[in-house]
Design a protein around this ligand. Structure first.
Ligand SMILES: Cc1ncc(COP(=O)(O)O)c(C=O)c1O
Length: 389
């Protein structure tokens, strides 16, 4: 059975070039990067080369890159590394749970936390951030691109006002890396997290940009790895893979691969909206990363549509989280003002470098009949049809 994967915001396949780059570091070049002998020197050099590639991707100096186990660790490190009881922290209502739940934990630990709302397009208003700043504000954490809608936040404006107020600024750039150009110095952020598995490197590797001079309290204690910022023997194959993926990601802005992804995403949006009634794009009108579209299909349970499409070979997702057997509508979509039923009727299509226009055609042939069949089963849809005629 043919399978097409349009859930690249959940995770991406490792690209063959990335896999080939990391392979020797499992087999021949296995040394501990802290060892002083030949084997250690070999892996140390590989780690430092990867650090340069990652730094180049985000507009940083290599010494400002700390390798982590992924986006969740980077986000936790940024928040718990800076905020102390009594501090005020500003974040938004649409953050990934890696930031949202860290912020909630900070509140339990005695921080004051402000959650900034978003407008109907899913955008934070920098003026709301400015107004929220207090004398004890220590940190602002606003994501670069949202994982569910792809909406890109005005991070440069927020960076500017954070600098004016002398407040630290962290941005979760996990869903931005490799999709839009990132320049940490232009954003003016102090901390920026990325994750390997969202950009065709393996799961379990990531990096945190820590601007020179930012004193972060470590989360892990042990050896003096990563300039004593993150103890633990480095994940050399993962780091090498992230370096390679960063190199390819940077190249993608010039070699047409990002433009190709954008064209495929636009094609999905156009055809779905043209051929299926009562659909629209969540976050349309806002700047968005080129690989993501989040579309609501009124009168349908998104979860049912995901399952029906999966049975036919197409993998997509909802932003919904299943907790205690009940499907909660996405916190991102409800924060944008969507009714709960519309949020539940929303699906995310997210593309990656491995996807092809032929796969888009495969998906576009499946989606309309699947939606039609589910709507036939929907009492609300049928009632609406009856009223219309
Ligand atoms: C915006 C965002 N931040 C953080 C994370 C967590 O990254 P990781 O899976 O590498 O821990 C994700 C993953 O879905 C994400 O989309």
């Amino acid at each position: 059975m043919r399978r097409v994967y349009f859930d690249n915001n959940a995770t991406t396949p490792v690209l063959p070039e990335v896999f080939e780059a990391m392979r020797p570091y499992f087999l021949e070049q296995f040394g501990n990067a802290s060892s002083i002998h030949h084997h250690g020197q070999e892996t140390r050099a590989a780690v430092e080369r990867a650090r340069e590639s990652v730094a180049a991707l985000v507009g940083a100096r290599p010494s400002e890159i700390v390798f982590t186990s992924g986006g969740t660790e980077g986000d936790n490190f940024a928040l718990f590394g800076l905020a102390r009881p009594g501090d005020h922290v500003i974040t938004s209502t649409i953050e990934h749970h890696a930031v949202l739940n860290s912020a909630k934990r900070l509140a339990e630990m005695g921080c004051e936390v402000t959650f900034i709302p978003v407008n109907g397009k899913g955008l934070v208003d920098p003026e709301d951030v400015r107004r929220a700043i207090r004398p004890n504000t220590r940190l602002i954490s606003i994501m670069f691109a949202n994982n569910e809608t792809g909406v890109v936040q005005p991070v440069e404006e927020i960076g500017k006002l954070a600098a004016e107020a002398d407040v630290y600024f962290h941005t979760d750039a996990v869903q931005a890396a490799g999709k839009v150009t990132i320049d940490a110095s232009r954003i003016g952020c102090d901390l920026l997290s990325i994750s390997g598995h969202k950009m065709h490197a393996p799961q379990g590797i990531g990096a945190l940009y820590v601007r020179k001079g930012t004193l972060l309290q470590p989360m892990l204690y042990g050896g003096s790895h990563e300039r004593a910022r993150r103890a633990g023997t480095e994940n050399v194959p993962g780091i090498v893979a992230l370096g390679k993926a960063a190199e390819l990601a940077k190249r993608g802005f010039d070699d047409g691969s990002i433009a190709k992804i954008a064209a495929m995403r636009d094609q999905i949006e156009r055809r779905v909206l043209e051929t299926i009634e009562a659909t629209a794009v969540n976050g349309s009108g806002a700047p968005r990363v080129p690989n993501t579209t989040n579309i609501y299909f009124d009168f349908i349970e998104g979860e049912a549509l995901v399952i029906a499409l999966d049975l036919k070979g197409l993998a997509v997702s909802t932003g919904a989280a299943c907790s205690s057997g009940a499907i909660e509508p996405s916190h991102v979509l409800t924060a944008m003002g969507l009714r709960a039923d519309r949020a539940r009727a929303s699906l995310r299509f997210s593309l990656g470098k491995q996807n092809t226009p032929d796969e888009v055609e495969f998906a576009l042939a499946l989606i309309p009949p699947t939606v039609a069949r589910l709507r036939e089963l929907s009492p609300v849809y049928n009632k609406r049809q009856a009223i219309n005629y």
